[in-house]
Design a protein around this ligand. Structure first.
Ligand SMILES: [Zn+2]
Length: 232
């Protein structure tokens, strides 16, 4: 196979390898994180923490009610037992009982408010948790697809890499160096075809002697853009 053709094939492999490596790195980046799922999980976690805080508040509020009832109970008994005869003392006792009862009502209202907040938050947690489950199921599927893509790309890259090594082994090292230098300088386009006497890299019309040398399979670089010329 003439040298120009080998360079051309090498370039095709390299361009293809670059594309596949880019695709692989995208697949791997997608595999490494799922922001929507992570965010949804964190939100459920935050809501659960809030819920636990409210549940503690509810227990504390209930204790306060219990305490107040424990205080009010004996006083009320005393009030209705009829043992207190002194009107002033009786009035004082009545006031105390009334005050405690109103405190109890207030605390009970607070407890009810907390309970309704708990109920609302429980619903939110349940619905967000269901969403997380759905996202997890979707991610599971997507992940399987991505893993399959990753495996396929890896194997394609391995095969192309082996082909490249085989082909590169047939090219002198000085020529390979020239190719690599040009490849780096010309965004991967180190080799240019010749069509109708023009370099396809820069479109300049090539001198006849260059065309003839290229036809004989020599390594010829375009005078204008420096690319290795390939006459197909
Ligand atoms: Zn050129």
């Amino acid at each position: 196979m003439n040298l120009g053709k080998r360079f051309y094939d090498l370039q095709q492999i390299d361009l293809d390898l670059e594309k596949k490596a880019e695709a692989l790195s995208q697949v791997e980046s997608q595999l490494s994180h799922n922001e929507a799922l992570t965010e949804a999980k964190a939100e459920v976690e935050r809501k659960r923490e809030n819920l636990a805080g409210l549940e503690k508040k509810e227990i504390t509020a209930e204790w306060v009610v219990d305490d107040l009832e424990a205080k009010a109970g004996p006083l009320q008994k005393k009030l209705y037992a009829g043992s207190v005869k002194n009107p002033k003392e009786l009035m004082g006792l009545q006031q105390q009982v009334e005050q405690l009862k109103s405190q109890i009502r207030e605390e009970e209202d607070k407890t009810l408010e907390i309970m309704s907040q708990i109920e609302a938050l429980q619903k939110e947690v349940a619905s967000r948790a269901a969403e997380v489950k759905k996202l997890e199921r979707e991610w599971q599927k997507r992940r399987e697809q991505l893993l399959a893509e990753q495996a396929e790309l890896s194997s394609t890259i391995d095969i192309a890499g082996a082909k490249r090594s085989e082909l590169a082994a047939t090219i002198e090292s000085a020529h390979l160096e020239l190719y690599e230098t040009l490849r780096a300088r010309k965004q991967g386009q180190a080799v240019a075809g010749i069509e109708q006497g023009r370099c396809q890299g820069c479109r300049i019309t090539l001198p006849v002697n260059e065309l003839m040398r290229a036809r004989m399979g020599e390594v010829v670089q375009c005078d204008s853009c420096g690319r290795i010329l390939y006459l197909g």
